[in-house]
Design a protein around this ligand. Sequence first.
Ligand code: ADP
Length: 162
Amino acid sequence: MSTWLYPGSFDPVTMGHMDIIARASRLCDRLLVAVLKNDAKKGTFSVEERLDFLRRSTGRWPNVEVFAFSGLTVELLRQTQADAVLRGLRNVNDFVFEQQVAMVNRGLDPQAETLLMMSSPTVSHISSSMVLSVGLHGGSLSGLVPDAVLEDISRKLSHPMG
Ligand code: ADP
């Protein structure tokens, strides 16, 4: 039985994340999606909002679980007994970063394996930060974030104080 751990900020979830989640959930038995809490980086959406958006977007896949975690990814790997950390790759910039993170994790725990999954070409331009800048300026987020949470994300970004 294979368990993969997909950690990230998910601030907010995008169609890029959904592409990885949909494809990975077909390849492993259990996919654990972890919203990593970062005290140094407050984020635009609260951790509770990010979890809610992810859960509403992934509810159709029974083998996908969504939760929050604060701490080291290797610690979460150990606690969940997942087989590997999964990360998405859009381009060479992602690769350079992910290679460093994978090596650091391997240094902290020699057993830590990292799997990198190439994004589908239709979503390789999408990032949470791009969604934020489009949404904050009132642009349509259709096709950039899951339909199930499109309205809530758009509303919050167009009324950031509300
Ligand atoms: P982090 O702050 O940890 O990079 P993100 O929420 O930005 O968190 O990303 C989580 C993971 O999803 C990372 O592995 C990132 O490369 C991947 N990812 C983000 N957007 C896309 C996309 N459009 N296609 C494929 N993978 C993506």
